[in-house]
Design a protein around this ligand. Sequence first.
Ligand SMILES: [Zn+2]
Length: 716
Amino acid sequence: MGGISRRHFLNGTLVAIGAAGLRHPLWALAKTNLAGVAPEQLLLGVDYYPDQTPETLWEEDARMMADFGITNVRIAEFAWGLMEPSEAKFDFGWLRRSVDILHKHNIGVILGTPSAAPPPWLTAKYPDVVEVNAQGEPLHPGGRRFTCPTNKTYRRLSNAIATEMARTFADTPGIIGWQIDNELTLSPSPRCYCNFCRAGFQEWLRAKYGSLENLNQKWGTVFWSQTYTDFAQIPVPLPSGGDPNPGLALDYDRYQSFANVSFQNEQLDILRKTCPRHFVTTNNVGLVDYIDMHDLYEKLDFVSFDNYPGFFEMLLHEQAKGGGPISWDYITSTIAMGHDLGRSLQRKPFMIMEEQSGKAGQRTFSPQPEKGQLRLWTYQAVAHGAMGLNYFRWDTATFGAEQYWHGLLNHDRSKSPGFEEIRQALKELKALGPEVLRSQYASEAAVVYDYDCGWAAQIQPAHPSLNYMAQVTSWYTALSAGHTGIDVIVPGADLAPYKIVVAPLPYVLSEAQAERIRNFVRNGGTFVGGFRLGAKNEFSQIVRTPLPGPIRDVMGVTVEDYVPIYSGKPGVKFSAALAGPDGECGIWADILQTSGAEVLATYTSGGHAGKPAVTRNSFGKGKAIYIGPDLDGASLARVLRNLATSAGVQAPVELPSGIEVTVRQAGGKRWVFVLNHKPETQTIPLPHPGTDLLTGQSRSGSLELRGYGVQVLQIG
Ligand SMILES: [Zn+2]
């Protein structure tokens, strides 16, 4: 787009904005009673880097942003070196000037605390703040996210800059909130194994277990002569001769999650105390499982995270070593699952702190989003419960590791290919109105996402190809194929709001979680458990009772055998209740023996031909279904859809592939978001007439949706 002159561009922007006659509806914020944050404050913005931009351009940037329709920016999260050029010498003059200019243009500011990237004076003076990776090697300064979450010196220095920022900007007009750190889960080496972490782990274990006797018993340290006689002897799971104790390894994952959360919460305490009128959040990297997201967001005002579907495509391409086409169905479904987890953590609207706005990458460029995709991804987030988005980023850096990460302006400050499309999306979001954006996402089904299961399955996957995230994604995809609203919940979540709860690879099951499931089913819920249900307790010990351990009574079955599969795919035949073509079992089969449950499918080949594969038990007022095989996607989708319908989940409509539908509702009104993720035009049936919220036109019968098109229909 180098041919467009700056004057031409600015004139065009102003004319279009003027013609649009924008109205500014109210929009839900987590803390609408905050002074300095008007209730109509929208969170529609960009991530902005005045620290990387000549000051002579700041005024122009702010004016262009305001013209563009932006209501807020996030700034400063990587600017530690400019804010504290040497230890305890602070300089916020530049930041204040930038905030003042933005405020003058009615642009709210979210300030980022800068602890993701310490300046060189810090690491030169305190070299032991660096993280040690899983091979026991220290990381080196020069990038970002290379510090230890436990290190007290690093916490002290991070808290000091956060404190000075908070004091300086607590009453500054224009500041609306804070982002703590940046992408705490992002690192090629996400866990630290340094001596400070080892000492922190030992302290955490002392608090958790009370005595060494208890710890030794819960971990089973008598195995391989690992009985500890002093907490100081307990190692971290660095390479040894043979694998670590599974209980120790699982606790270490929990400790690292705890260390990151407590690192964050020290800054949170400072911000709460000094800036009580500002909201506080942090941005996570979507579906990355190194930190328990429930714990991370528990004390924050709302969930926010970063969303880059096209960058994800590039990563998948890289992982596949360039072989084979990348499935956009998979990407779409994974992104939707991330949104559903983000919303479900606090059961309220979330924010996208960084949304893709063009080609994105560090060493390589992700593909240029197709025309319509940027708007589509914006709507996908809103369809799943987003209350706001910041596009990453305003302009594009000409230097540094993210030179290839494109913003709304190109390197030469001409308009990016997605510029007009994003402007259109912002205009539409403002016009949707507060009622829609405050409404609740409708979900009658839930998928359990259990960090303990994920971590335990990483430590001992049971089959080399078995991966927790892949299993959860596959079950989520299967269930969402029925266009059912889905929450993605952590194990402690209240199950009562759901008609059906499904738990893929529920490998670690505590007595408390078993009891929650028992009560849910007893009171009329439908619970669907996958293979390896209840195989381990929360200390990562295999249970001493027949499987599925503490939940055998609810499921009405005993696992007769559990079978890793390395060659061939045993067939699965379904009963009339799940009628459909025979299925295939992938890498795992739990062979079931019923004790009261009805058989819904049997294995048809291999040594266990004729044995039960899928069962359904009546327990109390509800049903408990055990899915023993690692079912192929089509069969799993049919089975889960059938079970959801039996559980009373509203019968979904038949829709073509690539169409995503979600519902948000408030009072008696429902808003149906229809998204076409395919490049071609698709026609879908409309079960109810509705009004197109963007055009005001009535729609009934069927709906034609162009490639990457979006419709928001108001029903009732
Ligand atoms: Zn460490």
